[in-house]
Design a protein around this ligand. Structure first.
Ligand code: PFF
Length: 454
């Protein structure tokens, strides 16, 4: 049976727009800011290998599952889950999965916006020539001074939230398509420039060895959990963002092909970011495990030394802001779409309310870098806790339930129909096996291992 639902929020013009939008959601701070610093904190190569395995064996199959659920339901994740559960004759409590995604998106955006604010501040610094000739030590001080200043962080966080909610308010087609068409390719080119610079730093091979030589003695059960959580985070999975983008996808587009393209593009960007950053870290005797400030304490060294550095630095941080922007939009879109569908609100009103709530929550992250930096729970600041809870617990759990729904609750005839794959064919069978057995098992094992039960 083929479903004929249409989304009231509009549809992408063609499948390439879906690929761009999903890549826009996937490629963001997760690739360029987070991947390098968590790789640095977790010892390099072995962590990268686990992360790549999670992308291939868990990320791609779950992405396909999320897109297919979205396209079949054609509504916000909460209503999609409700509708599909009814269609399969199951409990409407499955819509809780949509709710947990809305909450995760809200929590992630609250801190995501603060970090994107750092990138905005660095656009300003780079363009005013603040990095020129700056030694590594001073670059570090510049970063420390910025995060120590709550007023500045609030200013940039507010600006970023405003930018995000403006696009969200304009709606899917007009707002999102325009934002992703040119900027992703441009970011890619700039990363290549940075890798080109890194090749000349003298520590390129050391950087590569750090990234790609696995040393399993350096990885802990928590490191494995972080690698898996990051696979979800970087591909925007487990919270309905990709599901809602799937709901705007034209019926003819191939879910398998588009998901693989998006995951590959995302992975390549993360690896390029790592290849740009670690050579600079080693060439300047810096600490790979420096934490969330890593890219802000390394890239400006390069921009301060290379010819045309102020120009490249400005363009780089502008593109980083755009990458963060197109991800931020997808973090809040499920909540806004639900308010429009169920409360009958205008997009403007829904965006305003969601934006204000997220902004307020973001203040907690702002203060966790200064006024509240000494308040910790299990050694984690407010920001660390929020990040841990969302990336390493909520998203993998969301993914687990998406897998269970797609491969245990839905009939194979429904999923094969939506994926447009023959139910007896090898491609469908491989997907079904991964989503039905491997994903739930892997997520469960990693969880149990991390809490010390295995
Ligand atoms: N994938 C984004 C990144 O890597 O920066 C972050 C993100 C966006 C996570 C949307 C989750 C999401 F639903």
């Amino acid at each position: 049976m083929s479903t004929q639902r249409e989304s009231i929020h509009g549809q992408w013009s063609n499948r390439w727009v879906f690929v761009l939008a999903a890549t826009g959601s996937a490629v963001g701070l997760g690739n360029i800011w987070k991947f390098p610093y968590i790789t640095g904190e977790n010892g390099g190569g072995a962590f990268v290998l686990v992360y790549l395995m999670c992308i291939a064996a868990i990320g791609i199959p779950i992405m396909m599952a999320e897109v297919l659920l979205g396209r079949r339901g054609r509504q916000s994740p909460i209503n999609t889950m409700h509708e599909l559960a009814v269609e399969e004759g199951r409990s409407i409590r499955w819509s809780l999965l949509g709710w947990s995604g809305v909450v995760a998106g809200f929590l992630i955006l609250s801190y995501y916006s603060v970090i994107a604010g750092w990138a905005l501040a660095y656009v300003y610094d780079a363009s005013s020539g603040a990095f020129r000739g700056l030694p590594a030590e001073e670059v570090k001080n510049l970063f420390s001074a910025m995060v120590a200043n709550p007023g500045a962080l609030i200013f940039w966080h507010s600006l970023f939230m405003l930018m995000t909610m403006l696009v969200v308010a304009r709606g899917v087609r007009r707002g999102l398509e325009a934002a992703v068409r040119f900027l992703m390719p441009a970011l890619f080119v700039l990363l290549l420039v940075m890798v080109g610079y890194a090749i000349n730093t003298g520590a390129f091979s050391q950087g590569l060895a750090f990234l790609f030589t696995p040393d399993f003695s350096k990885i802990t059960p928590e490191g494995v959990l972080i690698a898996m959580g990051h696979a979800f985070f970087t591909l925007s999975l487990g919270m309905g963002a990709i599901m809602i983008y799937g709901s705007y996808m034209p019926k003819q587009a191939s879910i398998a092909k588009t998901s693989i393209i998006v995951a590959m593009a995302d992975t390549v960007v993360a690896l390029l970011a790592g290849m740009a950053i670690f050579p600079i870290v080693f060439a300047n005797g810096l600490e790979p495990g420096a934490g969330p400030g890593l890219i802000f304490q390394t890239l400006p060294i390069a921009f301060g030394q290379m010819p045309g550095g102020s120009f490249f630095g400005t363009v780089f941080f502008v593109l980083l802001v755009f990458a963060a922007w197109s991800s931020a939009i997808s973090l809040i879109e499920p909540a806004v779409a639900w308010l429009v569908e169920n409360r009958g609100w205008s997009r403007n009103k829904a965006s305003l309310l969601c934006g204000l709530a997220t902004w307020l929550m973001g203040l907690g992250t702002v203060f966790s870098f200064n006024l509240w930096s000494s308040y910790t729970l299990w050694g984690k600041t407010f920001f660390d806790l929020l990040d841990f809870l969302t990336s390493n617990i909520m998203l993998p759990l969301g993914g687990l339930f998406i897998a269970i729904f797609a491969a245990w609750v839905m009939k194979p005839s429904s999923t094969a129909d939506e994926l447009a794959l023959a139910q007896e064919g090898i491609a469908y069978k491989a997907w079904w096996f991964l989503v039905r057995f491997i994903t739930p098992l892997a997520v469960t094992i990693v969880f149990l291992n991390a809490i010390g039960l295995l």
